[in-house]
Design a protein around this ligand. Structure first.
Ligand code: G6P
Length: 591
């Protein structure tokens, strides 16, 4: 949700910033803008829409500048509302990620003092506040302005004609990249991986000032040192690598990710630290979107093997439910580590004394600051807005957690590890045999609405399959527990509404077949996703997609990959903008 970048060094700032914004487009892509700063003052360039294939912009020679890619919250996508925003003197340029919640009252006060506003954004008040408070240095002006702002922000500012960048963060991500004789500020490490992997993760209330000579960081007026970390991701990880879309590339990375996760966390036993779970009376998952579906699968698996009750809540609803207890273990799942609702739910749980574990893919992200302990998924950077490889990486971690929590007499470790080791090969088989999936995608692409069903662990898979489909193909798709279909959705069945059924080879198999027969008699086309050993289901459905045989507990993983591909090929057939679906952002940093 909005990506910001700043650069000071020796390279062409227009080019560095354009490249960085392109890599952060998944955070927002309805408009973008750049301001470069040189002896002549500021040059500003803004455009509506995505950056697309643009490599650099004709904005004048400069080696210092700031940029922003936007996901509109206040004001429609337009050049006027695009960042950077300027003050009245047009000397200060500001980019901002987050929300200034009290911007209306600030705007009123500043207007009364004579400041002229041109945009509808909350960010413009920052430029005017800085103008008002600028007397000694830009750093000072920012420090004096911050107490007036309520909300969340990562801000980068530059002052015309001065070789200086100043940035700050509060509840929105901002990191400092350190190169040789050059520095970067960015929302996300992928924006600057091309130039450096040496990163300082700024903390809330940090203010960083960068000149050609170096940088200083202060926090609440005190000078602080922050560790420099080396990020293990490479630029290659953040590039398309010959695939037509990031989404396809990322699905193809899944086998490797499973292997790397096992290398990291498994020897002849599972080396995952879940000591926070000791003595816990319940586990509560907080998550959003795809991560919420991972949590739901986690609930089914953990409750199956342990005696610990598990609750799963949409992070955005967590405020309205029973508060966690001091003996609760709260697990926030968030691939980005920056989803505002998930972070708030984790903070709130901590304030009630619960222990908080984060499962995230991003080193140094905000979730890692809040949590008492962090377990990292090893998925590498995910650029496609629709989460795919990070979802599977989350599932692998949840299965590992479940097997650590298994209570005697259940010891699933051996069984789990044997299955895990075979999984990458099974997923490669799915990736190498997509004919059935693409054939069915052609048919589904001609529909406007579809229903996904499943039972037990197949139910969250139905939810996730439907979410993937609607996110990238814009076909209306809903997931339901198969048993719920009779209680309303039956009214939608018929030739115009295909049904995708997740069939799992366990005690739910027979009842799923009953549900499928009920659907069939109502005239819907049915596609079943099932294990290759399942010969029965074919008798009742129109199409079957077979997944390699796994024990039933692992079926969600092979089925999820299959449904990701089904959504991908359906969206491709329709001609959708797969990696950047309209109106969506990968990282939603506002509530
Ligand atoms: C956005 C993304 C989804 C993602 C959700 C939660 O809506 O478009 O793909 O599942 O946020 O993100 P998180 O980073 O918390 O997993």
């Amino acid at each position: 949700m909005c990506g910001i970048i700043g650069y000071i060094g020796y390279r062409d700032a227009g080019e560095v910033i354009t490249h960085g914004l392109k890599r952060m487009e998944y955070r927002g892509y309805d408009s973008w803008g750049i301001a470069v700063n040189n002896d002549d003052g500021l040059n500003v360039y803004k455009r509506v829409g995505a950056i697309g294939e643009i490599e650099t912009v004709d904005i004048g020679n400069s080696t210092l500048g700031i940029g922003h890619t936007r996901w509109a919250t206040h004001g429609e996508p337009s050049e006027i509302n695009a960042h950077p925003h300027l003050d009245c003197t047009r000397k200060l340029a500001v980019v901002h990620n987050g929300i200034i919640e009290n911007f209306l009252s600030l705007r009123e006060n500043l207007s009364a003092e004579g400041h002229k506003f041109v945009s509808e954004t909350d960010t413009e008040v920052v430029a005017h506040l800085l103008e008002k408070n600028l007397n000694t240095s830009l750093e000072n002006a920012l420090i004096r302005s911050l107490p007036a702002m309520k909300g969340s922000y990562a801000i980068v500012v530059t002052n015309a004609g001065k070789r200086e960048l100043v940035g700050c963060r509060y509840r929105s991500p901002l990191l400092l990249g350190i190169g040789d004789d050059e520095y970067f500020l960015a929302s996300d490490v992928t924006a600057i991986l091309e130039y450096t992997n040496r990163i300082v993760y700024l903390e809330d209330h940090d203010v960083v000032t960068i000149t050609d000579e170096g940088y200083t960081i202060t926090n609440s007026g005190t000078s602080v040192e922050r560790a420099i970390e080396r990020i293990p991701w490479s630029l290659e990880d953040a590039q398309r690598g010959g695939y037509e879309h990031f989404m396809l590339k990322e699905i193809h990375e899944i086998p490797k990710i499973i292997e790397e996760t096992l290398l990291e966390y498994v020897t002849d036993t599972i080396n995952l630290d879940i000591s926070l779970a000791a003595g816990t009376s319940e586990i509560i998952f907080f998550a959003c979107g795809t991560s919420y579906h991972a949590a739901l699968i986690g609930k089914y698996i953990i409750e199956e093997v342990s005696r610990i009750p598990v609750r799963v809540e949409y992070a955005s609803e967590s405020n309205y439910h029973r508060t966690p207890l001091t003996r609760s273990l709260v697990i926030g799942i968030t691939q980005s580590g920056e989803t505002a609702d998930t972070l708030n739910a984790m903070r709130r749980a901590k304030s009630f004394g619960a222990k908080v574990l984060a499962i995230t893919n991003v080193l140094g992200s905000s979730a890692t600051r809040i949590a008492d302990h962090v377990i990292y998924t090893r998925a590498g950077p995910e650029i496609g807005v629709a989460a795919t490889k990070t979802f599977i990486a989350q599932l692998i971690i949840l299965y590992l957690i479940a097997s650590k929590l298994a209570m005697p007499p259940i010891d699933e470790t051996e069984k789990f590890l044997t299955e895990f080791r075979m999984l990458p090969e099974k997923i490669r088989q799915i990736l190498d045999n997509t004919q059935a999936i693409t054939n069915i995608a052609k048919i589904l692409a001609g529909h406007n609405s579809m229903i996904y069903i499943g039972r037990n662990r197949g139910y969250p898979i139905a939810l996730e399959g439907a979410l993937k489909m609607k996110e990238i193909s814009y076909i209306h798709a809903e997931g339901y527990p198969a048993g719920e279909l009779k209680h309303g959705p039956f009214a939608l069945l018929g030739a115009k509404t295909p049904v995708v059924a997740s069939v799992i080879n366990d005690h739910t198999h027979e009842i799923m077949l009953n549900n499928i027969r009920e659907v069939k008699t109502r005239g819907s086309l049915i596609v079943a996703i099932t294990d290759e050993r399942d010969e029965e289901v074919e008798r009742y459905v129109d199409f079957t997609i077979k997944t390699p045989a796994t024990s039933a507990i692992f079926a969600p993983i092979t089925q999820a990959v299959t449904l990701q591909l089904l959504a991908y090929y359906t969206a491709k057939r329709i001609g959708c903008e797969i990696d950047k679906p309209k109106n969506l952002a990968k990282s939603v940093t506002v509530e």
